[in-house]
Every structure is written in structure tokens, then in C-alpha cells.
Design a binder for this molecule. Structure first.
Ligand code: SF4
Length: 331
């Protein structure tokens, strides 16, 4: 793996950029935004694909080797596929992955595979159409669910992300694990995070990673812990004899900050060195002011130098902006 110049004062190398291409989405998941939506960015405020390509090239020059395309829902942004084609040609970029809600991704399967994009995370919080509707406020369970198997059939490496919450989908946990019996799926159970676009009065789910694991361990006696990547946020397991695996992501407990290799760029150019922290700078503005490649690169290096130890320290700097919608942050 190439050395990254993006090294913070704790010695963490950043080589993974999460790039949001839009804050818009065709879903209204309760843990991400209110039913009425958010104050979506105006088109002029969204980075253009050229700006995203310029910045991605600068990031890769600094040591980024993996870019995850996120949103909102990335496939609602018109022109995303030609952009991905260009992005897949950026020097030094070894991997492009995608996070989607699964409604639109299936139609681009062949094109994604032709660019070498075969890792996709699909947000799916229930295997029951009614609960799915209750959670996403959309009636799209069948297209998302069937889309998962079309992706698998086409040879994609599919991970399902399920946000676990009281009174929402606890009864889905075991059915999700049973799905891994006959399919090479990786199902990850996430703790609910506060990025829901609310006024901060909403009470988050009490189901943390310990409670989720305990619940699962009451249903299975043969759970095997898997060895995961050093930077993995997920603690992964496999039931003996099952094709797939499951993982638990302590996304609110933030137990994995010590090996965090991630940096985030929102669709409006806000650079965050931590999901829980405030934006450190705005790279879109810098580009639009005519900044050089070198100055933009220096701005990114300066931001990394200021990085906080973990998500708690970063949250302390956030002036209560932690309720910003995940759709605006870029996930
Ligand atoms: S909370 Fe912040 S520091 Fe911790 S893993 Fe997430 S992005 Fe990295």
C-alpha cells in the first residue's frame, strides 16, 4: 500500500475519502432526515463533477487510494456515471466503492462492473415491507430487496447496512443473519447516530454494540469472530456453515477511532476530518477562488494536522451541529 502524506498527529494515515456527490435522496429515513426533508443545497452550491474530479486528483496525489461515493442517494444525481468513468481513471486511485439505498443502483450494474466498481453497500433496515415503509417513509421494499440479489447474481460484493433501533426493527436482526446462511452477504448492524436533521430532542436508540451482540448470542451457539481489516469499523462474525457474515458497527460508541483512516468531503465542498466534528474548511470555495493545486493540497494537509483524537473530541468542537442530516454530511 502506498504511503499517505495525510498523517495526523496521532500517527493515523488517511487513505480513504468518502465523497458525497449530492445531499438529495429519494428516501426519508427517520435516522437521517425529517419526513419533510432538509434545506437541500441549491444546484450552484453543489460541487460540479469537474470540481469533484479536480479535488479527487489532489487527494490521490496526497495518498488517498480509496474513494467511497455517497450522498444522499448518489444515483439521483444526474451525470453520475460519466463522472465515475473519469474518476476510475485517476492516477493512484486503487478502489472506488459506493453506498446506496438500492433503488437505482441495479440499473447501472453492467456499467459499474465495467469500471471495476464491484463493492456496494446497500442501506436496508428491515426485511418486512411494512417496517421498511415505516423506517424509510417510502414504499420501495421490493425493488431494494430484489435489487440486492440482482447485484449478488452479477458478482458484486454486497454489504447490507442496517441501523438498529428500539421499536423499529429488532425483530429483523435474526432474519438478517439467516439471510447470510445461503447468500455470500455481509450484513452490518449499526448503532443509531444523531445525524437526523432534527432539533436534537430525539432520543437515540438504546441498542449499542454490546446489546446487539448479546441479543444475537442468545440465538446462536456457534458464532465465530472473523479477522477484519485494521481500519474496519465493523467487528465481524460468521455463523458456522453459513455462506455470509455479519458485523456490528459501534458508530455512536465510537470504539474504532484509533485506526480511523477516513476523511470526508460533502457535496457542497465541506471537508471534515471526523464525521462528528465541524467542517474544517470548504474546498469548493477555495477552487472557485482560483486556488492552485499546491495551495489546495496544503489546505488539506493543514486540516489533517488539526485532527482530533476521536469522535468525542471532535463532537466537542461541533457546537451541537451533530444533528445535521447525514444526507448533508455525506455519511
Ligand atoms: S468518529 Fe471520527 S475519528 Fe472516530 S472513526 Fe468516525 S470519523 Fe474517525
Amino acid at each position: 500500500m502506498k504511503e499517505s502524506l495525510l498523517v495526523d498527529k496521532y500517527g493515523r494515515q488517511l487513505n480513504y475519502l468518502r465523497l458525497s456527490v449530492t445531499d438529495r435522496c429519494n428516501f426519508r429515513c427517520y435516522y437521517c432526515m425529517p419526513e419533510e426533508g432538509i434545506d437541500f443545497a441549491k444546484r450552484k452550491d453543489l460541487m460540479t463533477f469537474d470540481e469533484m474530479l479536480q479535488l479527487s486528483t489532489i487527494f490521490c496525489n496526497l495518498g488517498i487510494s480509496k474513494i467511497r461515493i455517497t450522498g444522499g442517494e448518489p444515483f439521483v444525481r444526474h451525470g453520475i456515471m460519466p463522472f465515475l468513468h473519469q474518476l476510475s481513471g485517476v492516477e493512484g486511485l486503487q478502489e472506488i466503492t459506493v453506498t446506496s439505498n438500492g433503488t437505482l443502483s441495479a440499473r447501472y450494474q453492467a456499467e459499474l462492473l465495467s469500471m471495476g466498481i464491484r463493492k456496494i453497500n446497500i442501506s436496508l433496515d428491515s426485511l418486512d415491507a411494512q417496517r421498511f415503509h415505516y423506517i424509510t417513509r417510502r414504499d420501495s421494499f421490493d425493488s431494494v430487496y430484489n435489487g440486492v440479489f440482482r447485484l449478488l447474481d452479477a458478482g458484486f460484493d454486497v454489504k447490507l447496512n442496517c441501523v438498529v433501533a428500539d421499536n423499529k426493527n429488532i425483530q429483523d436482526i435474526i432474519p438478517f443473519i439467516e439471510l447470510t446462511k445461503n447468500y455470500p452477504l455481509s450484513v452490518r448492524f449499526l448503532e443509531e447516530m444523531p445525524f437526523n436533521g432534527s432539533d436534537g430532542t430525539q432520543v437515540l436508540s438504546s441498542w449499542d454494540y454490546k446489546k446487539i451482540y448479546h441479543y444475537i448470542s442468545e440465538h446462536y451457539t456457534d458464532i465465530n469472530r472473523l479477522i477484519s481489516d485494521a481500519n474496519s469499523t465493523s467487528v465481524n462474525y460468521k455463523i458456522s456453515g453459513y455462506q455470509g457474515s455479519f458485523g456490528i458497527i459501534p458508530s455512536f460508541s465510537r470504539t474504532f477511532c484509533g485506526t480511523c483512516n477516513r476523511i470526508r468531503l460533502s457535496a457542497t465542498g465541506e471537508l471534515r476530518t471526523c464525521l462528528y466534528g465541524p467542517p474544517v474548511t470548504n474546498l469548493r470555495n477555495l477552487l472557485r477562488k482560483g486556488a492552485s493545486v499546491a495551495d489546495t493540497g496544503q489546505e488539506i494537509l493543514n486540516a489533517v494536522a488539526l485532527r482530533q483524537r476521536d469522535g468525542y473530541a471532535a463532537e466537542a468542537l461541533s457546537n451541537n451541529s451533530v444533528n445535521t442530516s447525514m444526507s448533508a454530511l455525506g455519511g
